[in-house]
Design a protein around this ligand. Structure first.
Ligand code: PXP
Length: 241
């Protein structure tokens, strides 16, 4: 059965909106683990818009499952990863102005530099995953580069506007999984997965792990709303203490 790794970036997004101390992604990660998830994912972006170095450092000490650091393959962040030593590094493309990661990494177009980065991380005992589109050229490049895993970008499947478009993208994912499996690559998948579109993907047992953030945090905010309001109301109605 595929596992679930929870991305807690958006907890930090809410915290950074006020530059406050809460909500703390470290607490969210602990609760996600108590709920049974198999891993915690954070993306330390170059612009530090949500996750901060402090979060990754503390998570390294507190995560009891596995810590996966999403990161751009740039010297500043690679240095931090080598220092903190997450269990896995997932290399992603990163643009300053994007709202979230857009599209997979062009592994085929930067084999030489990625090979060096991947080898450096692996030497420190960090497994490396490349976030790529379900594309034969990119999968072949991932193997050539020496990645341990690929993470298949499921965004196009998730954003498909028609059943036909979704079918087409699902078939691409199936073909990508078969190819990566044949090559001995570990296979993760993520981006845009939610409580509806996950159902079809769980029919692919070769997917080791799903990486899910937005939909889980979005639901957490809503299912926790009633309790949060009741708790505050109780304090107000109790009067001074
Ligand atoms: N995988 C990668 C490489 C990502 O960049 C993201 C977004 O941070 C995710 C998975 C999770 O995507 P979502 O937040 O849409 O579940």
């Amino acid at each position: 059965m595929s596992r679930l790794a929870v991305n807690v970036d958006h907890i930090a997004t809410v915290r950074q909106a006020r530059l406050a101390a809460e909500p703390d992604p470290v607490t969210a990660a602990a609760l996600a683990e108590l709920a049974g998830c198999h891993g915690i994912i954070v993306h330390l972006r170059e612009d530090r818009r949500h996750i901060q170095e402090r979060d990754v450092e503390i998570l390294r000490k507190t995560v009891k499952t596995r810590l996966n650091l999403e990161m751009a393959a740039i010297p500043e962040i690679v240095k931090i990863a080598l220092n903190i030593k997450p269990d896995m590094a997932c290399l992603v493309p990163e643009k300053r102005r994007e709202l979230t990661t857009e599209g997979g990494l062009d592994a085929a177009g930067q084999k030489k530099s990625l090979k060096q980065t991947v080898a450096g991380l692996q030497k420190r005992g960090i497994a490396v995953s490349l976030f790529i589109d379900p594309d034969a050229r990119q999968i072949a490049a991932a193997q050539e580069i020496g990645a341990d895993f690929i993470e298949i970008h499921t965004g196009i499947y998730c954003n498909a506007k028609t059943p036909k478009a979704q079918d087409r993208e699902f078939d691409r994912i199936i073909a990508a999984v078969a190819m990566a499996e044949n090559m001995g690559l570990g296979i993760n998948a993520g981006h845009g997965l939610d409580y509806t579109n996950i159902s079809r993907l769980v029919s692919i047992p070769e997917i080791d792990e799903f990486s899910i953030g937005h939909s889980i945090i979005a639901r957490a905010v809503l299912v926790g709303m009633e309790r949060a309001v009741r708790d505050m109301l109780a304090l107000i109605q109790r009067g001074p203490v």
